[in-house]
Design a protein. Structure first.
Lengths: 158, 268, 446
């Protein structure tokens, strides 16, 4: 059973990496609509193999396939730890007006939250907060940093 | 000395700690600096100064000043869009120029000069062509710099003036006054404000007299805008004294009515 | 034959009459160059005591006036060294030739005397040098420490007398003072005079604060704070220092602004990924929902008469500017240019809406008419946003950020002002980095 699960995790990791590699290769030619970050820099882990954050394309709050893969892992992890509560922090990059970014961060965090709920996590275990562009993960002013900052981060609250 | 300094330092530190613990937010009464009141007393908005020169005297004085300026440097009115300059005393000129440069980025000065034309452009500005606009304004700048000095333009105009008809003559007069008239930018553009000034000229173009035709409106309440516009128009007429006039046809232009209307400029 | 003679006669008559008719010339253009202005040192009454003399107000007041007027871009203050006439004589009886000689068109003179113990009388006169006229003369009574405020008020009077439009010098600016690294930025509310003088910090920086905005009387401020990690809109009374939570919303409230009568706060409330616009009456605490749309609706701003609201929405798919009636009806998109539009702010005159525009990775501050026509971009930069109007509707203040390097260093934010011509752009000095400025109304207009 456990090994089965591990196998699934490993498989999805491979898939995620594969997709990631594809996306990075495409990055130079793709348009803004799919410029979500796919690397692992700045990513922390809730537990072994469970990344704490998902990334978004510019001005978007739709979950990418990489994001849903990550959130699926988070859901599995949260199911396995039923006393754990989390807050989803939504963020935007610095290339937008402050107020709109606050709303956008909230929308991103909510998108992640709704995915967790639809994967069986109780709504009362998840809180949402938006920081807009106020708390960048990477302070640089370049395309890479911005993509790393368009994110929703799952943070344990207990 | 050292000791007391230490004590004071520690005491201050304690106060800081205490205040940072007690002050914050919830209880936090933040102190905004108070606005201290100032009493205002009107000394009289339209004081008539007994020693102020009478109109005719004033014009004579004006003329004298002009003469001095004219002898002091190049013909004053032809120098176009001249930046307000300080005393033309030679020893001061350098300093003033330095100061001018320090005060403002010279590029900005350049831009200020051409805002008239820019205004019109922006009126029909197509938001889809921002970059084009920016490039264009740069080009305009370059053009402005490459333009032959306005002195040349002026003399060309003069030639035309002497040989041609009223419209050209009119344009020449207009062109001069445009440069002398500092438009008060705060006036409303959606109100009908036209100031009519009657001027009398000598054959050499110097001003004999200037009078506002709706003088009464100047002192009416609620006509502040009119008054401000009229004052600026009068200044323009006097600053442009003497006008460059056609060498013939004195009878035609010895008296003129100038209608000052800033609407187009203010619409920007 | 008779007819011929008559015709010739008539023609001659017409021609002569025509030649004697008053030539009428329409002057419809002029220049918008700064007005050459001489600001003389003030004349100090010899009876003043040494404590006051020490303040050197006779030169400091004119200096401040000069600073104000030249920063407006509408005045060119002539260099003091070139002045010929002494302050006392200039104030009592200016020799206009002397001032015309240095090409001043207007002249400011003044006199400082003691009214009674520790109470100053500051008098100024404004002269039209070209027409040899006095334009205005006023006296102010105040405590000596308050000389800056008096200087600002004098500046406003001069500005108004010569441009026909109220000034904006006797005003303050509330903003967010920033310090520390970008990933852990400390933000405090700060207030200062319009010229950057007298900065006071209103919060300690323990929690993130954003977007402070004055109410119409400039005595209250509404802003957003992350106090206790709950992002909410607050109301601060500047005179008592008391801060209140605005409303009882089960989620983030943000982007607050006052209604023009100061009675309501309009803001966004975000819930379940959707931000809509709400108002709350400050006294009755009655909350009203103004927009109801699954898109992001934020950055609301009332028209000065309170009957319309401009706001920011991405209901078209991207951030654009919309207007609606104050009850939420009659929603109309007004921005149609390429790029994204945000932060609409209605001018105090009502005719224009200032905005931030993002186009091809550049940020612009611009204005458009309230129907969306006549868009004009005033300034372009790497990053800038959040325009706020000076009370006379001629100048905008905003903040501008510079890019940081790949290590995240070097980025910073500063306050700038620009006037509607787009040519008079000025840095407003602040001791720390600064963002989210809001311009107060005229303090003397209360």
């Amino acid at each position: 059973m456990l090994s089965n699960n591990l196998g699934k995790v490993a498989l999805s990791l491979v898939v995620a990496l594969f997709l990631g590699a594809c996306a990075t290769q495409q990055a130079t030619t793709t348009t803004k609509s799919d410029d979500a970050y796919t690397g692992t820099e700045t990513v922390k882990f809730l537990a072994d193999g469970v990344p704490d954050r998902v990334f978004f394309a510019t001005n978007k709050s739709e979950l990418t396939s990489a994001a849903t893969a990550t959130l699926a892992k988070q859901a599995t992890y949260l199911k396995a730890n039923p006393t754990l509560n989390v807050v989803l922090e939504g963020h935007a990059d610095e290339r937008g007006t402050r107020e709109y970014n606050l709303a956008l961060g909230e929308r991103r965090a909510t998108a992640a939250k709704n995915f967790l709920i639809s994967n069986g996590i109780a709504a009362n275990r998840i809180k949402v907060i938006s920081y807009g562009k106020e708390k960048p993960a990477n302070p640089a002013s370049n395309v890479l940093a911005w993509s790393q900052n368009r994110r929703a981060v799952t943070v344990k609250t207990n | 000395m050292q000791k007391s300094l230490k004590i004071s330092f520690i005491a201050h530190f304690i106060i800081l700690i205490i205040s940072s613990v007690t002050l914050p937010f919830l209880m936090g009464r933040v102190q905004a600096p108070l606005v201290i009141s100032v009493d205002l007393v009107q000394i009289g908005d339209r004081t008539n100064i007994p020693y102020a020169p009478k109109v005719s005297d004033g014009e004579k004085t004006d003329k004298k000043i002009k003469d001095r300026v004219v002898t002091g440097q190049a013909p004053p009115k032809i120098v176009p869009k001249e930046k307000p300059d300080a005393v033309p005393l030679p020893e001061n000129i350098k300093k003033i120029k330095e100061l001018l440069e320090k005060r403002q980025n010279p590029v900005k000065v350049e831009e200020l000069k051409k805002q008239t034309s820019e205004f019109e452009k922006k009126e029909i500005f197509d938001p889809n062509k921002i970059s084009a606009l920016i490039d264009k304004s740069k080009k305009d700048n370059a053009e402005a710099n490459n333009k032959p000095s306005l002195e040349a333009t002026q003399s060309q105009q003069k030639n035309i003036v002497t040989s041609k008809l009223t419209i050209t003559q009119e344009d020449a007069i207009k062109a001069q006054i445009f440069k002398c008239w500092n438009i008060p930018i705060g006036l409303p553009y959606n109100e009908n404000l036209t100031v009519r000034i009657k001027i009398k000229l000598n054959p050499d173009g110097s001003l004999v007299s200037s009078e506002i035709l709706d003088q009464a409106r100047m002192s009416m309440t609620g006509q502040t805008y009119y008054k401000i516009l009229a004052e600026s128009a009068l200044r323009a007429v006097k600053l442009c004294n003497p006008l460059k006039v056609p060498s013939s046809g004195y009878e035609k232009w010895k008296e003129m009515q100038l209608n000052f209307d800033a609407k187009e400029m203010l619409k920007g | 034959m008779k007819y011929k003679i008559f015709t010739i006669f008539a023609l001659f008559f017409i021609l002569t009459v025509k030649s004697f008719a008053l030539v009428s010339v329409d002057i419809t253009r002029g220049n918008l160059d700064p007005l050459p202005t001489a600001i003389s040192d003030f004349y100090l009454d010899s009876k003043l005591n040494d404590n006051i003399k020490k303040l050197q107000l006779e030169s400091k007041i004119p200096e401040l006036i000069k600073n104000n007027l030249s920063r407006s871009g509408l005045f060119f203050a002539l260099e003091k060294k070139s002045f010929i006439q002494k302050p006392e004589l200039a104030h009592n009886k200016p020799r206009f030739e002397d001032w015309a000689f240095i090409k001043a068109q207007v002249l400011v003179t003044g006199k400082i005397s003691l009214e009674k113990e520790n109470r100053l009388r500051v008098e100024f006169k404004l002269w039209d040098v070209v027409s040899a006229n006095e334009l205005s003369a006023l006296a102010f009574y105040t405590a000596p420490d308050n000389w800056r405020r008096v200087s600002h008020m004098i500046s406003d009077k001069i500005y108004e007398r010569l441009t026909g439009e109220k000034g904006y010098f006797d005003t303050r600016i509330i903003y967010v003072a920033e310090s520390g690294p970008k990933v852990d930025r400390k933000k405090r509310l700060a207030i200062m005079d319009q010229d950057g003088f007298g900065v006071k910090y209103l919060t300690l920086g323990n929690e993130l604060v954003l977007t402070p905005r004055f109410n119409p009387t400039s005595q209250h401020v509404t802003y957003m704070s992350y106090f206790k990690n709950l992002p909410r809109v607050y109301l601060l009374n500047l005179e008592t220092g008391i801060q209140d939570l605005v409303g009882d919303f089960p989620g983030m409230t943000f982007a607050p602004r006052f209604s023009p009568d100061g009675k309501k706060i309009i803001m966004s409330f975000a819930q379940e990924g959707n931000s809509d616009i709400y108002t709350m009456d400050i006294k009755t605490r009655i909350v009203e929902k103004i927009t109801d749309h699954p898109s992001i609706d934020t950055s609301p701003s009332y028209s000065p008469d309170g009957s319309y609201i401009a706001f920011n929405s991405d209901r078209s798919g991207f951030q654009q500017i919309y207007t609606m009636k104050s009850d939420g009806s009659n929603v109309k998109r007004i921005s149609f240019g390429e790029g994204l539009y945000g932060t609409p702010v209605w001018s105090p005159r009502g005719d224009l809406i200032a905005f931030t525009k993002l186009y091809r990775n550049k940020f612009y501050i611009g204005v458009m008419r309230s129907d969306g026509s006549g868009e004009r971009l005033l300034t372009e930069n790497y990053y800038q946003e959040a325009p706020s109007w000076a009370p006379n509707g001629r100048v905008l203040i905003f903040y501008r950020e510079t890019a940081s390097d790949s290590g995240g260093r070097g980025g910073g934010a500063k306050l700038w002002s620009i006037d509607l011509t787009g040519y008079n752009e000025r840095l407003i000095p602040t001791p720390t980095d600064a963002s989210d400025p809001s311009w107060s109304g005229l303090l003397s207009g209360k």
